[in-house]
Design a protein around this ligand. Structure first.
Ligand SMILES: *Cc1c(COP(=O)(O)O)cnc(C)c1O
Length: 452
């Protein structure tokens, strides 16, 4: 089976030629025109990574209004795992669009919402009884997870970790660690949010997972107290914070401590979920069973949907009418989620994530052995990053990172950066990208490193 014939590739935008093609500079004249209108019409706080005017996307490419075809190594921040305009999603959403578009599930329910909840309950880790509730964005789901945990435990404090990212609403800004650009000037933030140290193997002097967990737990016990603590929330692999994979044993030790202390363990799998890391959920890599799992991004092929899934007794503790929202679990988004889940399953996309991970780690580790500015290469499945540093001191090199990303963008490869220190280049390709495009995109990034 050749790569282009694989069902995984056919699942995403088969009508677009899968190639990197530059016919103008980036941005071309039409994209420039949109950027001018954007600056005049859209709030300056709403940024963009690459100055293009998108007209189509699918498989592993994004096409702009000038006819440039860019290699997509970002998936709209880990959203289009099943590929843009995935045919299964298009078909399901079109059918739903023609049937009905909205009733508000909490006013008049419909099948697809319940079917998504059933799927989430079956797919998330653990075989205990579960319930789900659907929302619109990752941040909204995180807010609801915390709300539910507080109501269930009758406690108030919440612990988040260094380098955490949980969103941009008031509570989730408070949970997020990084000040600029996410928090500065936007306070005051919600009370009863505390921060604990993470396991960050590249930068914490080689603490084992158990040692890093003991450090975090001691701080939590001394500064908060389990008797006040409703929940711990953590990304199993941190996303915006720098694709930090905690040392083995860190997450299981936290889960165990939570169980022993009546604290709800919330896994924020908004970025890591839905096959991204080569498993349905990143929690599986460490065999942990979170009490509550928060999902969004990869769930619905680009339609806005998020979810909170958790132990039945926790989820059912909120009174009827206590959870919901006008649009949460919108029928179009639910149809898209069911079609996306079908695509992950039927098109072999989780296997594909593993294969993408092998290609990414193989290529990036090879680069690293020849280039001391690549301090670390880490990640799982199609969620891999490299951390760029000053080879002499190990200090983060954000300037080099920006140069490499700019080179990639100018040469038709969309990569994203991240990290508390802005020195991480992250790779989050759609799982429908071909090996050829992935390797070509990595080649452009490598060229950016050579010429920087
Ligand atoms: C993106 C993200 C969020 C916030 O999701 P939105 O849909 O942008 O509100 C929360 N947690 C994690 C881990 C994320 O990556």
């Amino acid at each position: 089976m050749t790569i282009v014939d694989s069902p995984a590739i056919a699942a995403g935008g088969p009508t677009l030629t899968q190639e990197r093609r530059l016919v103008t500079a980036i941005p071309g004249p039409r994209s420039q025109e949109l950027m001018t209108r954007k600056a005049a019409a859209v709030a300056a706080g709403v940024g963009h990574t690459i100055p293009v005017s998108v007209v189509a996307a699918g498989g592993g490419v994004i096409v702009d209004a000038d006819g440039n075809s860019l290699i997509d190594l970002g998936s709209g921040i880990a959203v289009t795992g099943v590929g843009n305009a995935n045919p299964r999603v298009v078909e399901a959403v079109t059918a739903q669009l023609n049937a009905f578009t909205h009733t508000c599930f909490t006013v008049a329910p419909y099948d697809s919402y319940v079917a998504v909840a059933e799927k989430l309950n079956a797919l998330t880790p653990g075989d205990h009884a579960k319930r789900s509730a659907l929302f619109n964005s990752g941040a909204e789901a995180v807010e609801n997870a915390v709300k539910i945990a507080r109501n269930f435990t009758k406690k108030q404090a919440v612990v988040a970790f260094d380098h955490a990212y949980h969103g941009r609403t008031n509570l989730t800004m408070g949970l997020t660690a990084k000040n600029i650009p996410y928090k500065s000037g936007f306070g005051p933030f919600a009370p009863e949010v505390y921060r604990a140290p993470l396991s960050y193997p590249f930068r914490d002097g080689g603490l084992s997972g158990a040692e890093a967990a003991a450090r975090a737990i001691t701080q939590i016990e001394k500064q908060v107290g389990a008797e006040n603590l409703a929940a711990i929330i953590i990304e199993p692999i941190q996303g915006e914070g720098g694709f930090i994979v905690p040392a083995q044993g860190f997450l299981p030790a936290l889960v165990e401590w939570c169980r022993a202390n009546d604290v709800v363990f919330i896994a924020d799998e908004v970025q890591t979920g839905f096959g991204r890391t080569g498993a349905w959920f990143a929690s599986e890599h460490e065999g942990i069973v979170p009490d509550v799992v928060v999902t969004a991004k990869g769930i619905a092929g680009g339609l806005p949907l998020s979810a909170v899934t958790g132990r039945a007794e926790i989820m059912d503790s909120a009174m009827a009418g206590g959870l919901g929202g006008t649009y949460g679990g919108n029928p179009l988004a639910c149809a898209a989620a069911l079609a996306s889940i079908e695509s992950y399953e039927a098109d072999g996309l989780i296997e594909r994530a593993k294969r993408i991970g092998a290609v990414l780690l193989g290529r990036l580790n090879a680069l690293r052995t020849a280039d001391a500015r690549i301090g670390d290469v880490r990640g799982r499945g199609a969620m891999v990053a490299m951390e760029l540093v000053d080879p002499e001191t190990g200090a983060p090199d954000a300037a080099l990172t920006a140069k490499v990303a700019a080179h990639a963008h100018a040469n038709g490869v969309l990569v994203l950066t991240c990290g508390t220190y802005g020195n991480v280049i992250r790779f989050l390709p759609p799982l429908t990208i071909s090996d050829e495009l992935l390797v070509e995109g990595l080649g452009v990034v490598a060229e950016g490193l050579r010429t920087a």
